[in-house]
Design a protein around this ligand. Structure first.
Ligand code: SIN
Ligand code: FE2
Length: 218
């Protein structure tokens, strides 16, 4: 697929109060980010986590940074240790940290200090059902979400599961930032359509940056 906007400067699309799409914001960093993902996955491999309800997630996941999102039989949690390896998650690569900092600032959250980055890998058919990101103790911090590779349909609703959904195509290099009034808005990813992307072949990656620990008081 020819991306007519490949060379375009990034542009912004308002999504909801406190939420914005930074179109193509990660386009120029993408190759570096993808190389870093390969290195991270060689230490902490992608795996299909099992929800407390016994459902195996279709999205494959790993993490980097001081804390990583994971599941156990009791629920969802942030852990400093990868339960698969027993080691700490790989550190947040410099390219991840600087892209996230720039995106958060562009979206109006200059003080965002992520301590967790969840890496999602979608194969054709993989999806993420409608959910809220609510496992983080400090909801003043926004979510920064980076799309790489194949496009996917992102659903973005409101505070209630039944609120009307916006459906937006997220393409390679797009970054969505939500916080403030929309921090707890429901969102999800519709089943990935198969295709081919020159940098990721048959899949889509998503980086989700979060502040998952308590901010240290200065
Ligand atoms: C998420 O909600 O954690 C991921 C969203 C995405 O893959 O774009
Ligand atoms: Fe989410």
């Amino acid at each position: 697929m020819l991306d007519l906007y490949a060379d375009a400067e990034p542009w912004q699309e308002p999504l909801a109060p406190g939420a914005v799409i930074l179109r193509r914001f990660a386009f120029s960093a993408a190759q570096r980010l993808l190389q870093d993902i390969v290195a991270i996955a060689s230490q902490s491999p992608f795996r299909h986590m099992v929800t407390p309800g016994g459902y195996t997630m279709s999205v494959a996941m790993t993490n980097c940074g001081p804390l990583g999102w994971t599941t156990d039989q009791h629920g969802y949690l942030y852990s400093p240790v990868d339960p698969l390896t027993g080691e700490r998650w790989p550190p947040l690569p410099e390219a991840f940290a600087s892209l996230c900092q720039q995106a958060a600032t562009a979206a109006g959250y200059p003080d965002f200090m992520p301590d967790a980055c969840l890496i999602n890998r979608y194969a054709p058919g993989a999806k993420l059902s409608l959910h809220q990101d609510k496992d983080e103790p400090d909801l003043r911090a926004p979510i920064v979400s980076v799309s790489l590779g194949l496009p996917a349909v992102f659903q973005f609703g409101g505070l209630h599961r039944n609120d009307p959904l916006k459906r937006l195509l997220l393409e390679h290099g797009d970054v969505v930032v939500w916080g403030g009034e929309s921090r707890l808005f429901y969102h999800g990813i519709q089943p990935l359509k198969s295709g081919f992307h020159p940098l990721t072949a048959d899949c889509r990656y998503n980086l989700t940056f979060r502040q998952a620990g308590k901010k240290e008081l200065k």
